[in-house]
Design a binder for this molecule. Sequence first.
Ligand SMILES: Nc1ncnc2c1ncn2[C@@H]1O[C@H](COP(=O)(O)OP(=O)(O)OP(=O)(O)O)[C@@H](O)[C@H]1O
Length: 584
Amino acid sequence: MNALKHLNKYFFKYRYRLIIGIIITIVAKIFALFTPRLVGASINVVSDRLDGKITEEVFRSELMINILYLVGAAVVAGLFTFLMRQTIINVSRYIEYDLKNEIYQHYQVLSQNFYKSNRTGDLMNRISEDVGKVRMYVGPALMYTMNTLTLFTVAIIYMVNTAPTLTLYTLLPLPILSVTIYKLSRLINKRSTIVQESLSTLSTYSQETFSGISVIKSYGIEPRTNTEFEDLSAENRQKQINLTKVQALFFPLMILLIGISNIIVIYIGGRQYMNGQIENIGTIAEFIIYVNMLTWPVATVGWVTSLVQQAEASQKRINEFLETEPDIKNKVNELTPIKGDIEFKNVSFIYPDTNIEALKNVSFKLNSGETLAILGKTGSGKSTILDLIGRLYDIDNGKIFVDDSPIAELNLYSLRESIGYVPQDAFLFSDSIKNNIKFGKEDATDEEVIEAAKNARVHKNIIGFNKSYDTVLGERGITLSGGQKQRVSIARAIIKRPEILLFDDCLSAVDTETEEKILKNLVKLTKDKTTIIVSHRVSSAKNADKIIVLEDGKIIQTGNHQSLIDTDGYYKELYTKQLSEKEL
Ligand SMILES: Nc1ncnc2c1ncn2[C@@H]1O[C@H](COP(=O)(O)OP(=O)(O)OP(=O)(O)O)[C@@H](O)[C@H]1O
C-alpha cells in the first residue's frame, strides 16, 4: 500500500465529501436491511393467520403496515444508494482529474532526455490507463468496502439476534466465495493485461502502416501487411477467447455458491423450525434474503482486493515518473532579461544516452545583434550547438555564457523566452495556420500574423487555401509541403521578435530563389537580434558576420564569407561546387 500513499493528499483535499459519502453509505445499507426483517414479519403474519392465531382484520392491517414499511424502506435505501454513488464516485472522478493534471504538468517539466528514454506509448498509458486503475481504488473499491462493512455489521447483528446457529451455517460458504472470486479476479486481470498488450501491439502496427501508407503502396507490399495484420489479429482473438473463458465462470460460480447457501438455510432452518429451535417460519425467508444480500458484498471483497493490487501497481508506475527529476533545472527565481551575447569557451559535449561526443573544444563569441552561420557535414554537431544555447542539455566541459553569465545561472524561462527556434523538422500542430503561427506569440494580432507570414514568404501560399489563415493542418486538415511547413515554422519564430533567433537548416526544402528572398527579409528583421543560421548551403551563410565550419564536432574553419573563399578548405570547396550547380 506504500505507493498508494501518494493519494492521501487528495483524500484529504476531498475529506468532507468523502465523510458525507460514508455516512450516506451507512444510512443506505441500514434501510436496505429493513427488507428481510419486514419480509420475515409479513410471512409470520400469514403463518399466524393460517394457524388462526389472529383475526382476519388484524392480519389485513398488519400485512398492510408491513408492505408500506417495505416500500418506504426500499425507496429511502434506493435514494441513498443513488446519493452514495453521486458522492464517492464523483470524488474518484475529481481525484482522477487532479492526478492526470499533476502527471501532465510534471511531464512538461521533464527534460528532453526523459522523452528519449521513454516511449510515447508508455507516457500515454501512465496518464490514461494507470490513472484509470487508480481511480478504481479511490472510487469503487472504497465504496464497496464501506458497503460491505456496513452491510455485514448490521446484518450480522440482526441475524445473530434472530437465530445464532442458523447465522453460523449461513455464513459458512461465504469466505469460500470470497477467496474463489479473488483468485478468479486475479486470473481475469492477468488475462486482461495480456489482451491489452496484444491490442496495443495491434494498434501500434495499424497506426504505423496508416502513417506509412504511401511507402507501403509504392513498394506494393499490401499483401504482406495484410497477412501480418491477420496474424496479429488471430493472436489477439485467441487471447480474448482465453479471457472470456474465465470471465464466463464468474457469474455461474456466484450463483452456485448462493444456491448452496440457500439450500443450507432451507435445510438447517427447516430442521430448526421443526424441532422448535426457531420460533417463526418467517425467519427462514428473512435469512434467504440475507444470504442473497450478503453474497455480492462478499464477492466484492475478493474483487476489491484485486482492484487495490492493480491500483498499487499502477500508482507505482505513476510515482516512478513523478519522482523523476528534470535533468535541466531552473536555479534562478527572478527573471533575467536577455540581451543576446553568446560565447562558447572550449565546450565539449557528449550525449549521455549514446556516448557520442558531438562537440569537441568548441569556442566562439557572438555579440548581440550579430549573425553567425554554422556549416559542416551531416552529423558534425551543428544542431547540438543550438540545443546547448536553448539549454536543452547541460554541459560538463567548457563554459557557455549568455550576456556574460554562465548559461545555468540565468532564469531558464527567461532564456527560452528570448529564443526563437526553427527546428530542422518543422512541427506543426493539428490546428489552424493562424494558431500555429500565433504559437510563438499568443496575443499576436491578425496583422502581425500576416506580416510574419509575409516575411517568411508563405503568405501567398496561405491565402491560396480556401480558408486562408483558418485552414486546419495535420490529421484533420490539409498537409503542407515540406517547404511550406518550414516557412510557417519560420513565421512562428519571427512573430515572437526574440533576442536570439536559431534557424536549424530550416530552408533546406525551399528553392534557392525563395531562400534568397527570405534571407533578405531576415536581414531586416534580425538587424539587432543575435542570429544563428545552421545550413548546408553557402547561400544561407554568405551574409553572416561570422561563419564557422564544423567537422566531427570540431571547428575547422572560422571567418566571414570573403575570408573563407580566399582560403582553401571546406567552405571554398562548397562554394565552388554550389556556384557551379547554380550555373548549371
Ligand atoms: N539527441 C541526441 N542523442 C544522442 N545523440 C545525438 C542526439 N542528437 C545528435 N546526436 C549525435 O550527435 C552527433 C551530432 O549531431 P547533430 O545533430 O548536432 O549534427 P548536425 O551537424 O546538426 O547534423 P545534420 O546536418 O545532419 O543535422 C551525431 O553523431 C548524432 O548522431
